[in-house]
Design a protein around this ligand. Structure first.
Ligand SMILES: [Zn+2]
Length: 300
């Protein structure tokens, strides 16, 4: 849904036509709290997921199809986190982080990507069903932050000069997160359509310096509307446009019928082994922690 308020749970498109730059800016508040409320994560993991969900909102908002899906997945080895998954579909966001509690307790207060993930990679998948288009890019999880890893995704995987800034912080017990994505897309390019690859275009360093000057506390400040923040960064440009906005919500697509059909496909013997002490098979959704109890004879 488009929305008029540009303070929270919203993503806004921006363009600086004279510099051939465009992008998205997002801020999340109650949506992050709602996603985190399904889990019981330590603060370091909550911050990681808040930033990852914000990145997912920025990338998801690049999809041209309203029902396109964007999935971000970090799969890793040797770190405190071994799996992070977030996705976006039509403005709906969800995500979870599989991690080792003991190892998370041992990481520093502001952990590096290396501490959190060990070695691993970031996979980003754009799915546009109407155009029958599916594209996945994979980059190593390197750099100082998730934003830097996303930036190298665009640079390496798509050859688009890009800037990604992410921030998340807790204020009075509530989470606020924000992010900025800017891309250099010369001569009317959009999304992943590459007409020219010019990593050395003089317009880009200028935009990257101005965009890169955004402070984490500006990205997360719920009293600062996103259009005001963009204006603060780029008001000296010849032309600055805000494009459409979109409301962001928490959403999960887990489906009891689907879960039942998956369980029904297991051999009877394996299904018997899944039955818990309370006499039912319990399947939990990793994203929203919903629990689906299934009576064994229901699927026999
Ligand atoms: Zn769910």
């Amino acid at each position: 849904m488009p929305t008029d308020q540009l303070n929270t749970d919203v993503v806004l498109g921006v363009a600086i036509p004279s510099r051939n730059a465009r992008g998205r800016i997002a801020r999340l508040g109650p949506v992050i709290d709602a996603i985190l409320a399904s889990h019981d994560y330590p603060p370091v993991i909550e911050k990681l997921l808040a930033e990852a969900v914000t990145m997912t909102a920025l990338l998801g908002a690049l999809l041209k199809e309203p029902q396109g899906q964007l999935t971000v997945q970090a799969q890793t080895e040797g770190g405190a986190v071994d799996l992070l998954v977030c996705d976006y579909l039509g403005g709906e966001l969800r995500g979870y982080v599989r991690h080792d509690l003991e190892r998370v307790a041992a990481v520093s207060e502001k952990p590096t990507l290396q501490e959190l993930f060990g070695s691993g990679y970031l996979a980003i998948t754009f799915d546009q069903p109407l155009a029958n288009e599916r594209y996945q890019g994979i980059v190593p999880l390197e750099g100082r932050s998730l934003g830097e890893a996303a930036q190298s995704y665009f640079g390496q995987s798509e050859q688009i000069p890009s800037l990604v800034r992410l921030a998340a912080e807790q204020r009075d017990g509530r989470w606020w997160a924000g992010g900025l994505l800017l891309q250099h897309l010369p001569e009317g390019e959009e999304g992943r359509e590459r007409l020219h690859t010019r990593l050395d275009h003089p317009d880009w360093p200028h935009v990257a310096i101005l965009g890169g000057s955004v402070k984490p506390e500006e990205l997360t400040d719920p009293t600062l509307p996103l259009d005001d923040l963009i204006w603060r960064l780029f008001h000296e440009e010849e032309e600055l446009r805000t494009l459409g906005s979109r409301e962001l919500v928490k959403g999960c697509r887990c489906d009891p019928e689907y879960v039942r059909s998956v369980i029904a496909r297991f051999p009877a013997e394996e299904r018997r082994a899944m039955v818990g002490e309370d006499g039912v098979i319990r399947v939990d959704c990793a994203f929203c922690s919903s629990s689906f109890p299934i009576a064994p004879d229901e699927v026999a």
